[in-house]
Design a protein around this ligand. Sequence first.
Ligand code: CP
Length: 321
Amino acid sequence: MRHLLAIDDLGTDGIDDVLRLTDSFVEVSERSIPKVPALRGKTVVSLFYEDSTRTRLSFETAAKRLSADTMTFSVSTSSTKKGESLRDTVETIEAMGVDAIVIRHGSAGAPWNVARWGSSAVINAGDGWHEHPTQALLDSYTIRQHRGSLEGKRIAIVGDIKHSRVARSNIAAFTLQGAEVTLVAPRTLLPPNTDGWPVAISNDLDATLAKVDIVYLLRMQLERMTDALVPSLREYTARFGLTRRRADALGDDVLIMHPGPMNRGVEIAAEVADLPNAVIVDQVRNGVAVRMAVLYLLLGAGTEWGAEAVGTATSTGGDRG
Ligand code: CP
């Protein structure tokens, strides 16, 4: 694997490879000194043209735990403000000597252009409404951690599907692993054409919740809405929010997931996000180990010292605290 741009780059076997390797990096992350030398001498740059807390910090943490050097690009203090193009920015950064570019951009397809222009490994950290593959990997890992596998699991993805790259990557990842996915949303928050999507579609949340194993809530992306797509947020919450009443009607074994950031009180009631069966913090925690696995597969696999570092981590427990 040279780049990670979309879930289909991985396929079922690739997803399995990443998630198996993630187990080793979860173990590394639990050590008193959570660090291995696998990517010593490599440089990873975060090139984020959109805001992020989880993805950016977890990629930077993952790179540091693998002993890579990191560079952070901040749009607000960069020459982008003087009109420098994405291509010139990428070529400038590459001239300094980088091995991987982690890019988030508001335009769908931008990571594919970066992969074409440069020689670094490119990881898509979210492009427009299109894909967010590492989110789907960490979500898949979290479901496997709590439920063993995704095979045959019934998963409802609820909310703003239209604007959601998380939904697109998760539909691909979940169905490749054998889950049955139902999208629940008002017509205005679905893409105009879902022909060929391997999903069922409903606008009745209560009926869907009665027969799911996992409910995955999406953030209302108010910043991407140019039209009034719902009559009001209060009405949206009444029909499509995971309210306390709806959460109480779910079995305790139904996982509640959300990619973050949450609008507490809109798509999920404030207290529902903190229930024992809500695994939102686990999703964030697993994000670091999953991103370590992705960086390792792109930059470290095949190097003798890299294999040794991970081998040591799994076989001896290394310097466990
Ligand atoms: N889930 C997610 O991508 O969060 P951030 O926007 O904080 O990175």
